[in-house]
Ligand binder design. Structure first.
Ligand code: A2P
Length: 341
């Protein structure tokens, strides 16, 4: 087919901006590119592929000529726009949680379950950023030795919340370093120089919605309906990259050496694991990179079939924008775009 027409909804946002840069870096073939954001950004001009493109309002008709619609705005926006875009014939790649658990919508990490795209109905969701990096590190191990149980503690960057949260961290840090006081607005508490065990609303069972995503999305992506996941998701004053301390219980014992070998052979995963030389994955090193970095691999001394590890990845890239573009590339490669009306 000729190059696709692409619409990016949320083009001015934290993920949208990275998405446009990655499209350029990967030289994603685009015929016509249209950019949308909230009403307050209409008319703003963004430079992409060397051209100035004006931000437009979203409307059902805008999707008429689109082959791909990337939507990264908010769950409410996705709930409204995803079905509209799909009905108008665009293949929608959605970054929100609105349709991830819908049985008609594939939830895809292209290194793991690209074949799920085959049953698409014009929509694919991308997983939550904290899930994506975890399954990238666990799937190659799970294939060799089925995982029964995962305990994950996350340390998540503020960029996962968006541009306003990054501005809030900057502003609070400045005020506090100057001896002032702060009044939180994006988060329920001060985020600068603090750690918040609270991402998304609390549910009936005491977990947050973010923590529940790590259970249900992992099961769906890895086709492992019985896997058990207990997560504690924590917001930390870091701009980019989520870090995760993950403890895994396998069916049989797995040595750290075998895990390193399996991980090193898996596309998109890099093992950084020489603790005696102070080498382990770090948020600042992962920022701007597309890979998932794994280190601190060791036997879990509390369980004979257990391994412990530390997983770090850029939440805006593999956690969102890169994964979305990889899905589009896979859809093109597999010739899965439905013919337009
Ligand atoms: P805007 O920049 O005009 O507010 P972030 O995750 O960084 O907060 O970004 C959210 C993105 O979603 C921004 O691009 C934002 O645009 C966009 N957005 C917010 N509301 C809407 C809407 N109703 N329609 C389209 N885009 C929206």
């Amino acid at each position: 087919m000729s190059s696709p027409n692409v619409i990016v909804v949320g083009a001015t946002g934290a993920v949208g901006q990275v998405f446009l840069r990655i499209m350029e870096q990967r030289n994603f073939p685009v015929n016509q590119l249209r950019l949308c954001a909230s009403p307050r950004s209409i008319g703003k001009r963004l430079r992409v592929f060397g051209e100035e493109i004006a931000v437009e309002a979203t409307s059902p008709e805008i999707f008429d000529d689109a082959d791909f619609a990337f939507i990264s705005a908010s769950t409410a926006v996705s709930r409204e726009l995803v079905p509209v875009a799909a009905q108008h014939g665009a293949f929608v790649i959605d970054d929100s949680s609105a349709y991830r658990m819908d049985p008609r919508v594939p939830l895809v990490v292209p290194e793991i379950n690209p074949e799920d795209l085959e049953w698409h109905q014009n929509i694919s969701a991308i997983p939550n950023c904290s899930t994506t990096q975890m399954v990238m590190a666990l799937y190659p191990l799970h294939r060799a030795n089925p995982i029964q149980r995962i305990i994950a503690d996350t340390f998540q960057a503020v960029s996962g919340t968006g541009n306003l949260a990054m501005a809030e961290l900057r502003e609070q840090s400045r005020l506090l370093l100057d001896g002032g006081s702060v009044s939180p607005s994006v988060y329920p508490h001060q985020i600068a120089f603090n750690v918040l065990p609270h991402i998304e609303p609390f549910m009936e069972d005491g977990y947050t919605r973010e923590e529940q995503k790590m259970l249900y999305e992992t099961r769906k992506i890895m086709h492992a309906p019985d896997i058990a996941v207990s997560a504690t998701c924590v917001r930390v004053p870091v701009y980019i990259s989520h870090s995760e301390a993950v403890h895994v219980e396998f069916q049989h014992p797995m040595s750290p050496e075998e895990a390193r070998e399996l991980l090193s052979a898996f596309p998109g995963v890099v093992v950084v694991d020489d603790p005696k030389a102070n080498l382990y994955p770090l948020a600042i090193d992962a920022a701007g990179r597309d890979e998932v970095f794994v280190g601190r691999l060791r036997r879990d001394s509390s369980h004979p079939n257990g391994l412990a590890m530390w997983i770090v990845s850029d939440n805006l890239r593999k956690g969102a924008a890169t994964n979305a573009i990889q899905i589009a590339e896979e859809v093109v490669k597999r010739e899965l775009l439905k013919p337009r009306r």
